[in-house]
Design a protein around this ligand. Structure first.
Ligand code: AMP
Length: 431
């Protein structure tokens, strides 16, 4: 017989893991509420052209793409941003700006599976559209920090850069966009020598390469690094403007007085092609892969036929946040719910057991009904194994008096309780 397995790179989440995933998702939803982001739900399947338009080679080549039965080229979304940008360019085009939009769901990339890298993974995604101001960029950083803190992670750090700095130096030499994109992708993979070779072959000056070489070595935790960057790029107008923009954003983040650990890296690049401003990632010391990534993309919406709309956004990798959560042995802070099992002692009492279970659920108590017809002792063993708090035993004798046996499985004691009083007893208001 064939033993079925999941498709490579796809995973099942068993209850313990599913619980952590949903916990993180709940925290993301809470952050959305706290910062005024409205949730939208977009399709997993989108037109290939939409997703391919500006994703960059790296992601484009890894998309799950196929023709549907109607001969349309479609793809499973590898990220949320194109779908959100499509909406803003079409259905939402006449809505007042700025928009704050939030979505959460699964994404698909044909990546090489390994710890923290899967072919199906989950993100929570925040987009702030309609502002080109540094306060919008600062908000995206702050809300990302809020999520990490709400989930309970420790020692997370932000790595921050600005694509305008590297691109500004390259545009100063009039390098065309294709060469720039190629160089940015190589730099994203830290293949700096290959990137410089590409730029050199495209005809840039040795002065430009020398500036880039110095730039990519610049990194540091305090704002002083920005002054060094400014000094280095002072002859490249666009790069200088980008550096000043980065400085303003970082000053705003500092002014919020949130304790955020930040490192500025002048040579930091990200794979996605559509970034135009600040870019950032979040890391924890226990992992070598980023938990979240984001940045500013001011041209994407116009590219999709919408009005020019500046935008900044972030994607939080829920799977990796979960890994960090497990590696840091963070505790789940969920509400302490009492668990109850209801056991009818004979088949004739099944209806009564269902009636009581419904009554308790109406009182917001979680109840499992014994449905396999086993003996009370076996059912109790099962309830203990599942670490339940109470068992309600429905028997003929007590029912005649309008009562049941309520057994406290933790204290190992039981008493007869009137049916109307079960909810009170379990909630601990009496007895
Ligand atoms: P990106 O959309 O590439 O900017 O990625 C944003 C975040 O999504 C990353 O920081 C990761 O946390 C997560 N992510 C991206 N690709 C994967 C993957 N293949 N598996 C798991 N998480 C991923």
């Amino acid at each position: 017989m064939v033993e079925f397995k999941t498709v490579r790179g796809m995973r099942d989440f068993l209850p313990e893991e599913a619980k952590i995933m949903r916990y993180i998702e709940d925290k993301a939803r809470r952050v959305a509420e706290l910062y005024g982001y409205k949730e939208i739900i977009t399709p997993v399947l989108e037109p290939y052209e939409l997703l391919a338009a500006k994703a960059g080679e790296e992601i484009r080549l890894r998309m799950y793409t196929f023709k549907d039965l109607g001969e349309r080229m479609v793809a499973m979304r590898p990220e949320f941003t194109p779908s959100v940008a499509r909406l803003v360019a079409t259905t939402l085009r006449n809505e007042p700006k700025p928009f704050r939009l939030f979505c959460v769901g699964s994404l698909y990339r044909y990546d090489e599976p390994q710890q923290g890298r899967y072919r199906e993974f989950w993100q929570s995604n925040f987009e702030l559209m309609g502002s080109d101001k540094p306060e919008a960029d600062a908000e995206i950083i702050l809300l990302t920090n809020s999520l990490m803190t709400l989930v309970g992670l420790r020692n997370h750090t932000f790595k921050i850069g600005h694509v305008g700095v590297l691109r500004g130096v390259m545009s100063g030499e009039e390098l065309d966009e294709k060469v720039q994109n190629g160089a940015m992708q190589l730099m994203d993979k830290k293949q700096y020598d290959d990137a410089f070779r590409l730029i050199e072959e495209a005809g840039s000056s040795s002065k430009c390469i020398a500036t880039l070489r110095k730039l990519v070595k610049l990194r540091g935790g305090n704002l002083g690094i920005i002054e060094k960057m400014k000094q280095l790029v002072k002859n490249y107008e666009e790069a200088l403007k980008a550096t000043e923009n980065l400085q303003q954003i970082l000053k705003l983040v500092k002014a919020s007085e949130c304790k955020i650990e930040m490192t500025v890296e002048a040579g930091f690049a990200r794979g996605l092609e559509y970034y135009t401003g600040i870019i950032f990632e979040v890391n924890v010391p226990e992992m070598d892969k980023a938990l979240a990534g984001g940045g500013r993309y001011d041209r994407l919406i116009a590219l999709f036929g919408g009005e020019p709309t500046p935008a900044v956004g972030v994607a939080h990798g829920i799977d990796r946040i979960m890994l960090a959560f497990q590696l840091q042995k963070t505790a789940l802070k969920t509400k302490d719910e009492r668990k109850t099992m209801i056991i009818p002692i004979s088949e004739e009492l099944n209806g009564e057991a269902l009636k009581i279970s419904q009554m308790l659920r109406d009182a917001d108590i979680s109840v499992e009904v014994e449905v396999t017809g086993r003996k009370v002792s076996k059912a109790l063993e099962d309830a203990n194994r599942k670490k339940m708090d109470y068992a309600i035993i429905v028997g003929e004798k007590e029912l005649k008096e309008g009562s049941v046996v309520v057994r406290n499985l933790v204290k190992r004691e039981q008493k007869i309780v009137k049916i109307k009083k079960i909810a009170e007893t379990i909630k601990g208001q009496s007895g």
